[in-house]
Design a protein around this ligand. Structure first.
Ligand code: MIC
Ligand code: SF4
Length: 667
């Protein structure tokens, strides 16, 4: 069978299993990335594995999320991460150096390699022809320890691009269009692979915007071929030697083909509170805007900021400034972007226009600052607009391209950027400079083995070793302590923003589980736990969308949650649940969801022997209602055994060097 880019790369990295769609396979991970919000936990878990030096070709530790530093906690985390990188041989990218995905593409992305990152937007690397996958911190720790990463061999959406983007329409509009076609659920186990005559004209940063937001589709990853455009980009970064050509073979068989003619696309927008809630900008134009923010790992490249500044420069010429009712902010994605947009005077243009210049970090995207006013309409170029993520519960966040964002900042209303032409503003001809700036000031490269040995790890008081999971009991006997609707994101389960600083302190962070949904949950759950009752979460469709944060599994585990019963579940979150010994179950008949109420006493009798025998079904007895309901699980042998043993850390500690086949569990 003719091979896709995805299968070409997977084949080269296969360590276990058969590369047959749907099969679980183990792949070798060449490179990893962690960021500080998930990295402290990944690193603490790596420490427990007892391996002197990371086993990958390259592992980069980024500090980009928690840079607000309101109190000592973030800075202590940064110190810990610094000492960890020095001790175990990682590259360190310090606070101020930029957002992990942007920097990784610029400095470390190599076509054909695999990248595993403790961040759901790791697939950004697919823009440069890598198989790059987001996962929980424990999976990254395992990859740094040299262990394979497990996925189901994916089905492939072949996204066939023809034509060429029109002026004022850009990559963000394309991915929003794809989100409107494929939605944010039901894409688990798929990869989106781009091909066709429309690909060549998309630059690497544009491709990266598309693969980045592929995360919102819920696909395993997204990938572009590595072609001449990729080569040109690597040349600009001074890394032409890292290039190799990787394209799909003719007649590659895709499981489903999606045709998109780029010439027909128009400016799009994702409405609150989901990136899948997409409309044409024309359908909502005219609404008053309170805030406009350009940046985040989706649209903060040199290309994005330069185009934005060129539009603004023309507005300035006709005396226009930022609309007086709009608070407008710009954050460059990396230090490289910042230096280059300072050099080409884009920064000066932003300043003159009245922009608030923000740090090169995640910042507003994750609710770290710039929380909008009550009931605000906030136009943002980032990738997620989940409920509450901006830091203001009543705010409405709309996701757009930088072009649309600038049009809104000028007019103070939701505006189709094509209307800028009526103001005499032309779409700029964008060109890359001859060479990108390479500045290593905020990097630290690995120390020698000898020097590393002398490093002591630094731990501030907020850094607490994570709790270990416990083996699955014979029966799960407890209470439905919360029942939630469809599309619950990991931002609902484990809020970020002001709570982010507790990422390395599970007992404290656990107090905020489901904070925006039902803030009484943690106390009630702990009370059950103390009374010897298990906690069970009941959920609707697509539970656990969004971020890769393993805290959305780890903290519920700490609160005594033993099972999640959902109509359906997202890939990364399900993997995280398994990693922490929480049993992911689905309803055999989704309508049974309606039969269960919060507070019901339920028993999953003999769940342990059922799982050992791998019967595929579990019976739920609702003692309150006196009914029984059939549940299903879809777990590989590795996953079943991991849950039975109490999670991945227990496996790593007690069965090092053994394959799952060799691990025999009898009772
Ligand atoms: C996000 O976009 O939600 C984050 C913050 O980058 C997360 C990681 C995290 O929760 O720390 C992600 O996407 O995985
Ligand atoms: Fe950072 Fe936002 Fe990108 Fe997550 S989505 S990595 S918070 S910029």
């Amino acid at each position: 069978m003719a091979k896709s880019v995805t299968y070409k790369i997977l084949e080269k990295h296969l360590t276990e299993g058969q590369l047959k769609k749907g099969n679980e396979i183990g792949i070798n991970i060449d490179t990893t990335l962690t960021q500080d919000a998930t990295g402290t936990m990944a690193d603490l878990q790596y420490e427990q594995m007892g391996i002197d030096r990371v086993q990958t070709m390259l592992s980069v530790s980024y500090i980009d999320h928690n840079t607000l530093q309101m109190g000592f906690e973030n800075a202590d985390d940064h110190r810990y991460l610094t000492s960890f990188a020095r001790k175990y041989g990682l590259v360190l990218s310090k606070a101020g150096n930029g957002i992990c995905h942007q920097v990784n593409i610029e400095r470390f992305g190599v076509p054909g390699r695999t990248l595993l990152g403790s961040d759901s937007h790791t697939p950004t690397g697919g823009g440069i022809g890598m198989i790059s996958i987001g996962a929980g911190g424990l999976d990254i720790a395992s990859a740094m320890a040299g262990l394979p990463f497990y996925i189901r061999a994916p089905k492939i959406y072949g996204i066939h691009l023809t034509g060429r983007l029109k002026p004022f329409v850009s990559a963000k509009d394309l991915i929003l269009k794809i989100l409107s076609i494929l939605g944010v659920k039901g894409n688990v186990g798929w990869v989106a692979e781009y091909y066709g005559s429309g690909v060549a004209a998309l630059s690497v940063p544009e491709r990266a915007t598309i693969t980045n937001m592929g995360a919102e589709l819920g696909v395993t990853t997204s990938v572009f071929p590595s072609d001449n455009t990729t080569k040109e980009f690597l040349k600009l970064e001074g890394r032409q030697n890292d290039w190799s050509e990787i394209t799909a073979e003719d007649d590659s068989e895709y499981d489903k083909i999606i045709e998109i003619n780029l010439s027909e696309l128009e400016p799009m927008v994702a409405l609150p509170h989901s990136p899948g809630n997409v409309k044409r900008i024309r359908e909502i134009e005219g609404m008053t805007v309170d805030q406009v923010l350009v940046g985040s790992c989706t649209n903060s490249s040199y290309r994005d900021l330069t185009v934005a500044a060129d539009l603004i420069a023309q507005a300035l010429q006709s005396g226009k400034r930022v609309n007086r009712n709009v608070s407008f902010g710009v954050a460059p994605g990396s230090r490289q972007v910042a230096i280059m947009t300072m050099t080409n005077s884009s920064f000066l243009t932003f300043e003159k226009f009245g922009a608030r210049i923000l740090e090169s970090a995640c910042g507003f995207c994750i609710g770290n600052g710039m929380a909008p006013k009550t009931n605000a309409v906030s136009i943002r170029t980032n990738n997620r607009n989940f409920y509450g993520r901006s830091g203001t519960l009543s705010a409405k966040v709309y996701l757009t391209s930088p072009e649309t964002a600038i049009a809104c900042a000028i007019t103070g209303k939701i505006t189709d950027p094509r209307d800028l032409e009526n103001m005499g503003i032309k779409y700029p001809e964008f060109q890359f400079p001859k060479q990108f700036v390479k500045d290593d000031t905020l990097f630290e490269f690995p120390l020698s083995v000898e020097e590393s040995k002398k490093i002591e790890l630094y731990r501030g008081p907020n850094i607490v070793q994570p709790p270990a999971g416990e083996a699955l009991p014979k029966s799960i006997d407890g209470e439905v302590s919360i029942k939630v609707d469809d599309n619950i994101t990991t931002d609902h389960i484990m809020p970020a923003g002001a709570r982010l600083k507790y990422r390395s302190n599970v007992p404290v962070y656990s107090q905020f589980v489901f904070e925006t949904v039902d803030s009484t949950f943690p106390k009630r759950a702990l009370k059950n736990k103390e009374a010897g009752l298990h906690n069970i979460i009941v959920a609707g469709e697509s539970y656990g969308q969004g971020s890769s944060r393993e805290h959305a599994a780890l903290c519920p585990m700490y609160l005594g949650v033993r099972a999640i019963i959902a109509k359906s579940m997202e890939r990364i979150h399900k993997a995280n649940l398994i990693n922490f010994g929480i049993l992911p179950l689905t309803f055999k008949n989704p309508d049974d969801y309606d039969k269960i109420t919060v507070g019901d006493r339920i028993v999953l009798k003999n769940v342990r022997p059922e799982l050992i025998g791998n019967s595929g079904t579990i019976k739920l007895n609702d003692k309150t209602k006196n009914i029984s309901i059939d549940l299903l699980y879809d777990l590989s042998e590795r996953e079943r055994k991991t849950v039975l043993l109490g999670g991945t850390m227990q496996v790593a500690k007690n069965y090092r060097g053994k394959s799952f086949k060799e691990i025999i569990i009898t009772e």
